[in-house]
Design a protein around this ligand. Structure first.
Ligand code: WT7
Length: 682
């Protein structure tokens, strides 16, 4: 499946320099380790597990599973019976055993240039222990769910690791989500406590996070779900010392005078609680398959799925992928621009890097603020060596030309990475030649919230690169391409991307709904994990992701389901029916194009259009704001009433070649929709 010899033509290679010290220095070595990892996963991962601390050893098989729904319940277990604590492995081990206490864990860089803070491993451990004690004092126990809704500050990492330390399960909700989305997630995972902040700036825009959190808690109350405690971090402050320094709380600032609404029955001040908390806290020893965290991802029914990851497998997998995919070395300065509210931030800002004792940049701001050079300014400021970002950011910056990049030196850069959506070869080549000056391999990492870590990815010193291809599977991962009948295709082919066996980091269930887990990922093709992505394989065995083939949209690397957008639209009193599709967009990858059928007698106008956009933004969040809303007196449907989104996608793009439309119940609606196209969508 993986070629014996790597191709020599039309490929790009990592530099000699990188190869000399690399963990996996050649394609031959990759291949040798790969065979070992899939033929004998217990041995392969068992050797890696030796670098971690185990309070007690595993008793069951190293990796046990069933991927076949026809043979019973789907399950994956890794190192069953072992006990450990991830926070202990990430912090205590680095401080006490590996003597990295004085090493910088995070260079925090705020939204505003000049706002900065350095946190060492020792300081991070101290803060985490203190906050663990705070959580305990609020009655949080092992297994309890804690919701976190915070900006990109060090305290977000502190909050998540404090949960982990005491065996509580964090559920982080991206701070760009709406109050409604937060409420839905709090209720689905039955969280007992919420941690949030007063607010933050995204570029010049102030986000009143506390107001949104209050609104979410009110919505929960209205639905009969009560959260007793909300811990509020004061992040916005005119007092520079109060910015992030919770370990030395601002002396004169008592939090009740935050300029945000304060409900003394529910709200507690982060700084005040920390002040009195001891910085010693024995970790709670957890079993390998105990829940670690829940992270919501869009689901095709419109209701988000609570993806559940567990302790040992996730730890091994994120630590190993981080180490090998970025070829981590002790003196690296690593920067992942993602938000911790997404899986990329969980796995590759918090867990993977800290497990390796890495030094990372934690960035609160935007790539375009105060100007489009901000990223390169930060790269030079901290001498970033490994840089990980999204195709949408690359395409955005590319529009401004080379000058904003070339104003900065970028000499420190060694490896560049991308994640989130397919990267077009043009953007890949710009990233490679302009940003990396043809010196730095680009690792295009394909993975999902569900996979926990990279599953198809190059290794920077080993894999010959083809622009736009995520290349080959990571260790332990066995991909296959299936046709519609579920047959495995060999050689060059195109079809459904699936995986044949588990790797330690794969999700274990949908929180509270195991059946949904089985139906979503295992039912269509028994025996395989189905990604929902289309994929092709070329003559050299390289994998090329072609994008989602289910009812999902990928806007700027964020997944949305057509159903969740549609249900937000039909909640408006004027709307009878709605359909949402993706339309290719040069920067965002896809933009959101919606069709709405109004209730009888109502007229479509700009006011309504604006109301509908606002409605979706308020229900889901700004990332889901539709770019286009088209009046659709009728929608193209099959005779059985199913909306033909395939036809709508063509209309959104003004492509007249509709393919086979013989199943369409009423073909005249199509002409009408072509005539009514949004005039702004040329
Ligand atoms: C979906 C998963 C994984 C972290 C960010 C997104 C798309 C992700 C790539 C890539 C092509 C990619 C897929 C996938 N995707 N990375 N390198 N090349 N497509 O996590 O929100 O769970 O989305 O993102 O469609 O299924 P997510």
């Amino acid at each position: 499946m993986i070629p014996d010899k790597a191709p020599k033509e039309d490929v790009f290679h990592g530099s000699e320099d990188l190869r000399r010290n690399a963990h996996v220095p050649s394609f031959e070595k990759y291949k040798e380790l790969y065979v070992q990892s899939v033929e004998n996963p217990a041995e392969f991962w068992g050797a890696i597990a030796k670098d971690f601390f185990w309070k007690s050893q595993h008793t069951g098989r190293f990796l046990d599973y069933n991927f076949d729904v026809t043979k019973g319940e789907i399950f994956v277990k890794c190192m069953e019976g072992a006990t450990t604590n991830i926070c202990y492995n990430l912090l205590d081990l680095n401080v006490h055993e590996r003597k990295l206490g004085d090493k910088v864990a995070f260079f925090w860089e705020g939204n505003e240039p000049g706002d900065e803070l350095t946190v060492t491993y020792r300081e991070l451990l101290q803060m985490v222990c203190q906050f663990s004690n705070v959580l305990k004092s609020q009655g949080v126990k092992k297994g309890d769910r804690v919701s976190i809704y915070m900006p990109m500050v060090v305290e977000l990492v502190v909050a998540m690791l404090a949960c982990v330390r005491i065996g509580a399960v964090h559920s982080i909700v991206f701070a760009g989500f709406s109050a409604e989305s937060l409420c839905e997630r709090i209720m689905d995972s039955q969280c007992s406590l919420l941690i949030t902040a007063d607010g933050f700036y995204r570029g010049e825009k102030l986000i009143n996070l506390k107001l949104l959190a209050d609104e979410a808690l009110q919505k929960c109350r209205d639905k009969g779900f009560l959260i007793q405690t909300c811990i509020v971090l004061k992040h916005l402050s005119t007092d520079p010392e109060a910015l992030v320094s919770s370990h030395s709380p601002p002396a004169k600032r008592a939090c009740p005078d935050l300029e945000v609404p304060w409900n003394p029955d529910v709200d507690l001040c982060w700084h005040m609680l920390m002040k009195g908390a001891s910085d010693e806290c024995e970790p709670e020893w957890c079993e390998s398959e105990d829940p670690l965290f829940i992270l919501y991802t869009s689901g095709s029914t419109g209701k988000p799925k609570g993806v559940l990851h567990t302790v040992s497998g996730y730890m091994l997998y994120t630590a190993t992928t981080f180490k090998l995919v970025f070829d981590h070395q002790p003196d690296d300065i690593y920067w992942c621009t993602a938000d911790i509210g997404w899986i990329t931030g969980h796995s590759y800002i918090t867990y993977g890097p800290l497990a390796n004792g890495a030094t990372s940049v934690l960035f609160e701001g935007l790539p375009t603020y105060p100007d489009v050079s901000r990223m390169w300014d930060i790269v030079d400021k901290y001498h970033v060596t490994k840089f990980y970002t999204a195709p949408t950011a690359i395409r955005l910056l590319m529009k401004f030309g080379n000058e904003p990049v070339q104003k900065y030196k970028r000499k420190s850069l060694k490896v560049l990475g991308t994640v989130g959506e397919p990267i077009n070869p043009e953007a890949w080549l710009w990233y490679y030649s302009v940003v990396g000056e043809k010196r730095c391999p680009v690792v295009d990492t394909f993975w999902q919230t569900e996979t926990g870590g990279h599953v198809l990815t190059p290794l920077p010193a080993a894999t010959p690169l083809k622009p736009g291809s995520a290349t080959f599977p990571f260790f332990g991962v066995v991909p296959a391409i299936l046709n519609e009948s579920g047959e495995e295709l060999e050689g060059p082919s195109e079809g459904y991307l699936v995986f044949k066996q588990p790797w330690p980091g794969v999700m274990r269930t949908v929180y509270g709904n195991h059946q949904r887990f089985e139906t979503t990922y295992f039912k269509k093709f028994p025996g395989y994990y189905v990604t929902g992505d289309g994929c092709s394989r070329d003559k050299d065995g390289y994998y090329w992701i072609t994008g989602r083939i289910d009812d999902m949209l990928n806007v700027s690397g964020h997944l949305l389901s057509t159903a969740e957008v549609e249900s937000a639209l039909v909640e408006h009193k004027a709307v009878a029916e709605a359909a949402a599709v993706g339309r290719p967009h040069p920067v965002k990858g896809e933009s959101l194009y919606c069709f709405v059928t109004l209730k009888d007698g109502l007229a479509f106008n700009q006011t309504l259009e604006a109301e509908l956009k606002k409605q979706v933004r308020e229900k889901i969040g700004a990332i889901a704001t539709p770019d286009y809303i088209q009046n659709a007196p009728g929608l193209p449907k099959t005779r059985s009433g199913k909306i033909m989104r395939r036809v709508l996608r063509k209309i959104a793009c003004n492509e007249k070649d509709l393919g086979d439309i013989s199943t369409l119940a009423d073909a005249s609606v199509v002409d009408q929709l072509f005539q009514n196209r949004c005039c702004s969508a040329v």
